[in-house]
Design a protein around this ligand. Structure first.
Ligand code: GRF
Length: 204
């Protein structure tokens, strides 16, 4: 499967996906890294590894979110992309792009959904006093940080944690679960069934 990774920043999840895809039996090829920010740190890292990069700058579309998404979608189609992976892509999507890629677009969120949708998840987890926190990979639906859950990873919250230390622990688990989740989706083992994801083994 030909994959595009969409980023807005440093791209550490992108790097974990690229590393996993280097293994010969991995079912996904990272064909493109696309950013909405020309200065995203992840772009240079992808280029260094010989991966094609593109920028579609949302600022060129003056607040017209659908025009931005049409431009982005054109780049995805031109590159023969079959599956879209959001990895720290900080733009809310309109129903247009979500419908174009229904069941073929996945995201990682740094919290155990459905808790803590949105931003500042680690701070909010500390404020609530939860003892477990983590990350969720899910198919993208029209609502933010919603959609059928593919996999989750949990980490303990320690009394001495700051948002930074907790965020670093969660990021570690993100780097483990995202490549595994993409493998499940790209191989066809993870399939959307209504509101949920059904995972099948090798045997069926
Ligand atoms: C990650 O915490 C991810 O869960 C969130 O944005 C962050 C991106 O980090 N959606 P990176 O660019 O992958 O390092």
């Amino acid at each position: 499967k030909k994959i595009a990774i969409l980023i807005s920043g440093r791209g550490s999840n992108m790097m974990s996906l690229i590393a996993a895809a280097m293994s010969p039996d991995y079912p996904a090829e990272i064909a493109l890294v696309l950013s909405n920010k020309p200065d995203a740190g992840g772009l240079a890292k992808a280029e260094e590894l010989g991966i094609k990069t593109e920028v579609v700058d949302h600022k060129d579309y003056k607040g017209d979110r659908e025009a931005f998404e049409r431009a982005l979608n054109a780049v995805l189609k031109d590159n023969g992309i079959e599956l879209v992976v959001l990895a720290g892509f900080m733009r809310l999507l309109t129903p247009y792009l979500v419908n174009e890629w229904r069941d073929r677009m996945i995201n990682i969120h740094p919290a155990l959904l459905p808790s803590f949708k949105g931003l500042n998840t680690h701070e909010r987890a500390l404020d609530e006093g939860v003892k477990l926190h983590g990350a969720t990979v899910h198919f993208v639906s029209a609502d933010m940080d919603d959609g059928p859950i593919i996999s989750q990873g949990a980490v303990p919250v320690l009394d001495c944690d700051t948002a930074e230390s907790l965020g670093a622990r969660v990021l570690g688990i993100e780097h483990l679960i995202y490549p595994k989740a993409l493998e499940l989706v790209a191989s066809g083992k993870a399939k959307v069934k209504g509101q949920k994801v059904a995972i099948s083994g090798d045997e069926d």
